[in-house]
Design a protein around this ligand. Structure first.
Ligand code: E4P
Length: 232
């Protein structure tokens, strides 16, 4: 399963792109609305940083408006995927934009039926919001499992994005169920790093090594001698 970052914050993308784990990103109007910078600049910068698909969302309610916004957003950067909310107008816009070769991420999908409709309209990606399903006491794992099963059984090629990830367990569920992608906020990506045994283990390795000062000196010398030879 590929990992996207779900954010409108360039600094977060800068930090996490350096980990080498990001295959793409998703933004949404709410995430961009809390940032000070120009939304177009943010989207372009995130595109450059992740070097993969970055979703930028339309906000019109009518298909014509969605299509016009989608074409304009796509021109911001070659990595832009146009994000379209699930609804009748969104399906029509998805159909039109994909016919022009523009990749579309249909968002706000909460059921297998909606996912099948989005895929039928030509969506490259279908985003199912796990956290928001759990918020209303619907088992998000079951909904995602249904979508995966329906897509596999019918040979549907749209990729499933598990979205609205609230904690690391959502990411594991999405991966186990066979989602192609999970789009994850920086906070949850940070939580995925954590394990007390890793922290304690690293600390133990360091103190054991430092208990032998001649070893510390030896390794520093090794690095210095190499730098003297290669000039770095
Ligand atoms: C997905 O593309 C959305 O931007 C996002 O995952 C929504 O998450 P939320 O429910 O935490 O707002």
């Amino acid at each position: 399963m590929r990992l996207f970052i779900d954010t409108g914050n360039v600094a977060e993308v800068e930090e996490i792109a350096a980990w080498g784990i990001l295959a793409g990103a998703t933004t949404n109007p709410s995430l961009l609305a809390i940032e000070a910078d120009d939304p177009g600049e943010i989207v372009r910068r995130i595109c450059d940083l992740v070097g993969g698909p970055v979703s930028a969302e339309v906000v019109s309610a009518e298909p014509e408006g969605m299509i016009a916004e989608g074409r304009a957003l796509r021109e911001l950067h070659e990595h832009v995927t146009v994000k379209v909310p699930f609804c009748k107008a969104g399906l029509a816009a998805t159909h039109a934009l994909t016919a022009e070769g523009i990749p579309v991420n249909v968002t706000l999908v909460f059921s297998a039926n909606q996912a099948l409709l989005a895929a039928g309209a030509g969506a490259t990606y279908v985003s199912c919001f796990m956290g928001r399903l759990d918020d209303i006491s619907i088992d998000s794992g079951q909904v995602v499992a249904e979508i995966v099963e329906c897509f596999r059984a019918g040979g549907v090629t749209s990729q499933i994005i598990a979205a609205s990830m609230r904690h690391p367990e959502h990411v594991i569920t999405a991966a186990r169920l066979g989602c192609e992608i999970a789009t994850v906020p920086a906070k949850v990506l940070g939580q995925m790093l954590e394990h007390p045994l890793t922290t304690a283990g690293a600390e133990r390795f360091r103190t054991d090594w430092e208990s032998r000062p001649e070893f510390v000196e030896w390794l520093a010398g090794l690095v210095e001698r190499r730098a003297a030879v290669v000039g770095a």
